[in-house]
Design a protein around this ligand. Structure first.
Ligand code: GRF
Length: 197
């Protein structure tokens, strides 16, 4: 059974969609939900589902590498094979990213390579796009830049505000992330990528 750790910073709605997908004949189970914020709304939701959870608060560490070492130790202790970033709002440095190379996924609310970074919905509306959406990609050292594993789009409608558009994209995120994770795992287990050596 493949073990998936989910990293969050906020409400954790993508976390919920991933947790709810890893049931029955799914080849993976969640081994840990980790938040860098002690008050993340997703933590009690993970607890309610009986999933192990913990906080590694970045403000407790003097620098990024100390924080990332603590993060890495927790993930290893939990036996994680794959890491899913789900609204995790810290940029991860190249050393940490290298340790999880090919095993760390992120969901980003834009049709990458458009709109890396923040405020994607407002930027899409301001640009007059007719289409916006979300992408699941492998995490590399460059922000929101790794190979794209899947995308889902929505139409931008007249009168959309960033919040209205974000809500419509979020619905697609909840559908896309579990679907891409499952395909990713099924491909990886076929060629033993995720088996502990
Ligand atoms: C999502 O839009 C995700 O794509 C972005 O942050 C938001 C997190 O929402 N990176 P949630 O915490 O999963 O509800």
């Amino acid at each position: 059974m493949i073990k998936v750790a989910i990293l969050i910073s906020g409400g954790g709605s993508n976390m919920i969609s991933l947790l709810d997908s890893m049931v029955r004949d799914h080849p993976a189970r969640a081994c840990l939900v980790l938040s860098n914020r002690p008050n993340a709304g997703g933590l009690p939701k993970a607890a309610a589902r009986g999933v192990d959870f913990c906080v590694v608060d970045h403000t407790d560490y003097t620098d990024r590498s100390a924080f990332e070492n603590a993060l890495h130790e927790r993930l290893i202790a939990a036996g994680a094979d794959i890491v899913c970033l789900a609204g995790f709002m810290r940029v991860l440095g190249p050393d940490f990213v290298r340790k999880w190379d090919g095993r760390m996924l992120n969901i980003h609310p834009s049709l990458l390579p458009k709109y890396k970074g923040l405020n994607t919905h407002a930027r899409s509306i301001a640009a007059g796009d007719t289409e916006h959406g979300c992408s699941v990609h492998l995490v590399t050292a460059e922000l929101d830049d790794g190979p794209i594993l899947g995308q889902a789009s929505v139409a931008v409608q007249n009168g959309d505000t960033p919040d209205i558009l974000a809500a419509r994209v979020l619905e697609q995120e909840h559908r896309l992330y579990p679907q891409v994770l499952r395909q990713f795992i099924e491909r990886g287990t076929a060629d033993t990528t995720f088996q502990h050596g």
